[in-house]
Design a protein around this ligand. Sequence first.
Ligand SMILES: *[C@@H]1O[C@H](CO)[C@@H](O)[C@H](O)[C@H]1NC(C)=O
Ligand SMILES: *[C@@H]1O[C@H](CO)[C@@H](O)[C@H](O)[C@H]1NC(C)=O
Length: 614
Amino acid sequence: MFSYINFATARTLRKARWLQENTLECNKLVVDFIILEGDATLLAIEDDIRADLAKVGVDVNLRALPKDEFNVAMVSGDFNLAFSETWGPPYDPHSYATSWKAPDEAYYAALKGLPAPNTKAVLDQKIADTLLVEDETAREESWSEILNILHDQATEIPISGKSIPAVMNSRLSGYEPGKQQYDYPIHKLRVISGSKNVTLAPGAQTGLFQGVGRLDPHSYRPNEFFSNNWVYEGLVEYGPNGAILPSLAISWIVEDVTGGKQKYTFNLRQGVKFHDDADWDCSVAKLNLDHVFAAPLTTPDWHGWYGLPDKLESWSCASPYVLEMIATDSYYPLLQELSYIRPLRMLSPNMFVGGASSDSLTQNSCPTGWESATLGNVTVTCAGVTGIAGTGRWEYLNTVMDPSGEQTDTVTFQRFNDHWDSYGGTDGVEFVELVYYPSQEAVKAALDNNDLDAVIGAGVLDPEAVREFKGRTDFTVSMSEPLQNRIVVFNTAKAPTDELQNRKVMIHAVDKAAIIQKELAGLDEPVDSLFPKTAPYSDVDLTPKWDYDFEKATLLNCPKPEESYSLPTGAIVAIAVSASAVIALAMFVGYMRYKERLGKPVFKSLIDDKAEVL
Ligand SMILES: *[C@@H]1O[C@H](CO)[C@@H](O)[C@H](O)[C@H]1NC(C)=O
Ligand SMILES: *[C@@H]1O[C@H](CO)[C@@H](O)[C@H](O)[C@H]1NC(C)=O
């Protein structure tokens, strides 16, 4: 047989060998990765992702941008990759998914490249329709369809499930992690020794604590979720696995009424006091609703970022402890949204400008900085609030500024002993003092020398420090369950991430478990889906898994030498005309060796690769 090999086929064979022995030849892709300037952890993760992508021919152009520029790039779609996080309970999946309609989140621009039939417009409509589905099984199916559409289009690289850490020194015990990102249930802490005054460095929206803002219940930053949640309560509370728990309402019924509307009847808790000794009843609930949902404030510029303001048609008191609400339709997340920390938690009537008879148009509780809001012929004038008083477990005591008067030094809260569910034992915390520290290193040093009792929240200590405290016997570290998924969003509307295949290449190229070990001190868990499995309707089996799989990534973006070599027609003709079976066999053996090196038998893999969407 060897005698049949002529010059041309010998050259062909040499070339095939050469190609096979050389390193992977990948398609060159260049992607823009935008990141918010100054976040050391995200920068470190980006660096690892870049190294992983380089191995399969994808070059990352990093753009670390200040917040304003970052937002512009994100909203206008001037990126290929961007970090994001789902919002966690009680917002996942419905509020986060609804937010893609408005230019606030990376997905707003990133999903614009979704192909027919499930374009972004179709997806937005499916999400809106799903929120009106009353039947529980049908609703599950509807969410499953939405999650499958996103999954099939490989719209993001799921990285890790974020857990919220808490580090306590040994004079404290009994801490149970909260149920959402900024839920810090310190009323469960027990003081084993020393003073009932506890110092705490809390995780804030900016990472390190800077202050508690206005601490009014009806607005946003610089208020902090965690302290608003301590001071103010709503009608209901969000519990584990999407359960809606009683708070200032003890029970409720929901009924269909004429016109496709729904009526909610709440029985309100009796005997509840505000921190300023005012009584809670339906008139106070109505006063709060009248102010927060005055028509001009329900538009997207104000509170209309979520569904409730638009869905609530009216509210009234049937009796002193019975509140009735009419919803425009069967919007299923209504109770869930009533649990949100802002903007509808209940303020003491004494704290409204004008007191219990405050006018919701001329003396609205919205912050004076908002000035006014107009809708049609109705104008709301923001008058702010006159003080801080809710019904929550913690009462605001005072703020101490540093000597310059520019920076909050400490903020102190006192246990509210008249709380309807207060802990009556003698070993509870009496005062909690929030302490400002200029750096993560300073927080760590303060914990170390017992100046500081506790840290609760993300971003206060670096992950490595949390790991270190975990290994010590003089501290207790608790982690919440994974609450939010960290993801890298692809822009499906900008080359080269507009190609589904390119997105899959990148998903399979990123070794998330290694990144979590290296940059997050192993504290997070790798995830393979957009939403945490614990979020309502999100425990959907999406296949194939979006996991690290270097072989798949290379198969997709780095065609094997044999394959790329076999493509040119000239070469095929040359082989067909002059090659003997030996050559074909030699090449096939080479191909098999190549596949086996990658740990995958050749016949099986060819079938598998077709059967599953890579
Ligand atoms: C605890 O803190 C409160 C409020 O700051 C203060 O009045 C009290 O003296 C403190 N008690 C102790 C034992 O430090
Ligand atoms: C405002 O407009 C509505 C209809 O758009 C009308 O019914 C109402 O009387 C007007 N109110 C005032 C104060 O002009």
